[in-house]
Write a protein that binds this ligand. Structure first.
Ligand code: GLV
Length: 320
């Protein structure tokens, strides 16, 4: 008999075809969210689970799945899963690292450029019929060449963002609990700073950390207060790494010049204070949203799931 798996939301068809060959696949829902009570009910007879980052896999969910062997998250982040509890129950957890590095770095640059050059505001200006002709002071933005980019977190994505900075002639600094080796620093063109130095000296600050107890609200009100006047904040990691109310205040007072956000504290809710501001670019968590990347994420999660069901060590095991 084939193992039974719950794929909470449809992933790309190539990956579903692959899973169909190896398992009895049940799709959880066509809606954005499967209610927790349904998730719990449908997991009772399942051997494998493939969630997205919106599905909260907590103790209640895990306790409702006596046969579960593996949870193959279709995301690089896994803060939606209680990993220590899952592992204590002997259930494997996997993620999809590597395949979304370039897409997320590219979207980070899209946000840097959009925020610095006020692209969404200028687009709205055209669409509402306000463009009456070229003017010397129309939509003045901030130049990037010669400015400093500060990266918080220098894993795969942070490094990919750093590499692309040389094309914009920016000086790059980073902070990370595990600094790069001298060779790696040379290759990525970035030098290490502590968080305070980085915040005080960077014109653009971009977050590339995973969400965990150390990074939750890493950019507190106090830390945002350290940033340079007029600086730009970019977040393509997780919304909970920033005190969003403090960010709104800093954008309102002009302490920060602009922000580019792909993630929010209480997704999909957006802080009404952000809506009210013109100097913030808002995207709906699409960092990895290229066709190639979402296909690779779907295939990677599906392969991890099948490996775990077969009793093999999955390629992308999340270690406790
Ligand atoms: C996206 O946010 C991911 O963690 O894959």
């Amino acid at each position: 008999m084939k193992p039974r798996v719950l794929v909470v939301h449809k992933i790309l068809p190539e990956a579903l075809d692959y899973l169909d060959r190896h398992a009895d696949v049940e799709i959880g829902t066509d809606a954005e969210l499967l209610p927790k009570s349904d998730l719990i009910r449908r997991l009772a007879d399942k051997d494998g689970l493939l969630p997205l980052l919106v599905d909260i896999i907590d103790r209640d969910v895990i306790d409702s799945a006596p046969h579960l062997k593996i949870i193959a998250n279709c995301a690089v982040g896994y803060n939606n899963i209680d990993v220590p509890y899952t592992r204590s129950r002997g259930i494997l957890v996997t993620n999809t690292p590597g395949v979304l590095t370039e897409a997320t770095a590219e979207l980070t640059w899209a946000l840097i450029l959009a925020a610095a050059r006020r692209i969404p505001q200028a687009d709205r200006f055209i669409r509402d019929g306000s463009f009456k002709g070229w003017a010397i002071d129309l939509f003045l933005g901030k130049g990037l060449a010669g400015k400093r980019l500060g990266l918080i977190g220098m894993g795969r994505i942070g490094r990919a963002v750093a590499l692309r900075a040389s094309a914009f002639e920016m000086d790059v600094v980073y902070t990370d609990p595990h600094p790069l080796s001298a060779d790696e620093e040379t290759a990525s063109g970035a030098s290490h700073r502590n968080l305070e130095d980085l915040l005080q000296s960077s014109d653009v600050v971009s977050l590339h950390v995973s969400l965990n107890p150390e990074t939750r609200r890493l950019l507190s009100r106090e830390k945002i207060g350290l940033m340079k006047r007029g600086a730009i904040l970019i977040n393509t990691s997780r919304g909970e790494t920033v005190d969003e109310a403090a960010l709104v205040d800093a954008l309102k007072t002009g302490h920060l010049g602009a922000a580019g956000l792909d993630v929010y504290e209480r997704e999909p809710e957006i802080n009404p204070g952000l809506f009210a501001l013109d100097n913030v670019v808002l995207l709906p968590h699409i960092g990895s949203a290229t066709y190639e990347t979402r296909l690779n994420m779907s295939l990677t999660a599906a392969r991890n799931l099948v490996q775990g069901l077969r009793g093999e060590r999955p390629d992308n095991l999340v270690e406790p």
